[in-house]
Design a protein around this ligand. Structure first.
Ligand code: HEC
Length: 575
């Protein structure tokens, strides 16, 4: 008799198979587990025999299931195997061969018969021949017949033969992902500022009902890093308000979707965030509003409109930052406040409508300054004490609003709030236009590259950077070349998106000593393969304000410490 002889080496090998039950059990609770593999030819030969056994014994209350421990199997192959062969039982993947090992199964096909309490009544081969016409002993049938009669099977254990079990790696032990557990927190922190009713994001991601409906798209845009919109390379520079997901958060969102977007324990969900329509840094000192209600069409490409607002100042003021209250959050994509002391903006607006005029990214001329930019979810970044922007009487504020179309006619009247400096100002922050108006981009060139190096003749403190290109732009990078020749990246936008032109405020202002250089590199795709190319067929492109023109511009907020509060006029590029 072999059973005992076989049981010993199994135990000696450290297999923790359930102890073989000595007592007979009532017939109802008998369960048979087949270990199979879709690619094992021996297991395949058993198909008619297995089907026959299931047919004969299912009617007597025996339950059947199958497990697939081999790395060669996956869920789709397993499902196809079971249906094509009409095996009439459920299957499960035994990832890492964990269950096979626990059952002491090292070769498939093999079978384990258990009673209702999980005790093993028989384990081993189905019968004694791989060929149906060579079978002398039908171990499994005999064991089941014995068990159903309340007897102990003889033998209780045999050695199976066929294909060696070769499992894949063990599944990594993973924390379970759910909406309540991790996902709500990520969406609330990084997405719902824009993705809630009435905001610029196209749908709400507030609450489980909304979020779970979009789990697939959420996983996709998180992985591609399209959302949240933060086009800057995280390894270059450090900026206030950076809104980016960590790799671990991206992984969590993907796993949540892959697991079917489970909710988890709703009682543990973090509270829905509350939103106020209040100004981000308290009541501003000056509030300026678009001259009148402005109407925006239902569809077509996004539009840039410039509204000229007169702050009606009697004396100069020092501005340390701005905030924006969009009049219509469905369509206000982002806002930049420029300054004009030349009167040109008013002239352009006179031929426009509602106190505004339309451009394409720029404002139509070189503005005399800028107060900053805003996008949904951005809290105002106020300048440090002692530094501020100067606003002179007579200077007009140009509110440049990027409108996103909502599919129906909309109106907007956006407001901007100015925060004035509370402490004495020692350094005047102004705008430097670092531009390369000499760009020539050849029709069809998929990777036109331009480099511009700008010498820095005096100590300059850098506060923020705003890259600007049009539809052919692919990437822009700015590097600080120190006087000793070493380099430090300032900003890198590796995958330029015309839709997300953000002003990046440095976490800490950076002093660029005289003798430094600033190198700007930009690439453009002027081939017809660029889906954003506004010209079809592509044409030679130069610097200009039109949709079909290009720009290579880096708008920098700087101060010149040496000059204190005087205007430098330095580094003003030409537009
Ligand atoms: C600053 C506002 C803002 C934030 C923050 C934001 N979105 Fe969006 N989202 C948008 C806008 C606007 C669109 C419409 C397309 C566009 O303008 O690029 C959009 C589009 C989408 C889309 C539609 C697919 C697509 O490619 O257009 C998905 C999905 C999405 N966002 C998910 C997210 C997720 C997930 C987060 C957080 C991890 C997030 N968004 C954060 C504004 C935002």
């Amino acid at each position: 008799m072999r059973p005992l002889a076989l049981a010993l080496p199994l135990l000696a090998a450290g297999f923790l198979g359930a102890a073989i039950a000595a007592r007979p059990v009532p017939q109802k609770s008998v369960k048979v587990t087949f270990y199979l593999s879709t690619e094992c030819p021996v297991a395949a030969k058993y198909t008619p025999r297995i089907r026959q056994i299931v047919e004969d014994f299912a009617v007597k209350g025996v339950e059947f299931e199958s497990r697939f421990p081999n790395a060669a199997d996956d869920a789709a192959k397993m499902a196809a195997y079971l249906t094509e062969r009409e095996l009439g039982m459920t299957g499960s993947l035994d990832v890492g061969g964990v269950q096979a090992e626990a059952d002491g199964v090292r070769v498939v096909p093999a079978v384990v018969v258990r009673d209702g309490e999980g005790r093993v009544l028989y384990r081993g081969a189905i019968d004694d021949s791989r060929y149906s016409d060579g079978v002398k002993r039908s171990y499994l049938c005999d064991a089941l017949a014995a068990v159903l009669k309340g007897q102990t099977p003889q033998p209780r254990e045999t050695e199976s033969f066929g294909c060696a079990v070769q499992p894949g790696p063990m599944p990594p032990v993973m924390e379970e992902v759910s909406y309540a557990g991790q996902v709500a927190e990520i969406l609330n922190r990084h997405c719902v500022d824009c993705h809630r009713p009435g905001q610029v994001g196209p749908f709400s991601l507030i609450g489980y009902e909304n979020a779970s409906k979009w789990s697939k798209m959420v996983a996709t845009v998180a992985e591609s890093r399209r959302m949240p919109p933060w086009p800057a390379d995280p390894n270059v520079g450090e900026f206030s308000h950076e809104n980016r997901l960590s790799d671990a958060q991206v992984e969590t969102l993907k796993r949540w979707d892959a697991a079917g977007a489970p909710r988890g324990d709703a009682a543990n969900e973090p509270p829905t965030p509350t939103f106020t329509s209040e100004w981000g840094a308290g009541e501003p000192d000056i509030v300026l509003e678009m001259p009148e209600e402005f109407s925006v069409g239902a569809d077509g490409r996004d539009e840039y409109w410039n509204f000229v607002v007169d702050p009606k100042l009697k004396e100069p003021v020092w501005v340390s930052g701005i905030d924006v209250r969009p009049g219509n959050t469905r369509i206000v994509h982002h806002v930049i406040a420029f300054l004009d002391d030349s009167g040109q903006a008013e002239k352009l607006a006179a031929s426009g409508r509602a106190g505004g005029y339309k451009t394409f990214g720029g404002v139509g001329f070189v503005p005399s300054g800028a107060l900053g930019g805003w996008a949904p979810g951005l809290r105002p970044a106020l300048l440090k004490d002692g530094a501020a922007m100067r606003l002179e009487p007579g200077t007009k504020v140009i509110l440049q609003v990027h409108y996103n179309k909502s599919g129906k006619p909309e109106t907007d009247r956006t407001k901007i709030g100015l925060y004035l400096a509370k402490k004495p100002v020692k350094e005047r922050v102004e705008i430097a236009w670092l531009a390369n108006p000499a760009i020539r981009i050849k029709a069809g060139d998929p990777a036109a590259k331009f480099t511009q190096t700008i010498p820095i003749p005096v100590d300059v403190r850098l506060y923020s950077l705003m890259p600007h290109m049009h539809y052919l732009g692919r990437s822009m990078k700015a590097t600080w070349v120190k006087p000793d020749g070493t380099e430090q990246g300032l900003i890198n936008v590796p995958d330029w998106s015309f839709n997300w032109q953000l002003q990046y405020a440095l976490k800490e202002p950076l002093l660029l000593p005289r003798g430094s250089k600033l190198r700007i590199e930009a690439t453009y795709d002027n081939s017809s393969a660029n889906p954003n190319n506004p010209s079809d067929p592509p044409r030679d492109v130069r610097w200009g304000e039109e949709t079909t023109d290009e720009m290579m511009l880096l708008v920098a907020s700087i101060s010149v410490p040496m000059l204190g509060t005087r205007e430098s006029g330095l580094m003003r590029g030409r537009r």
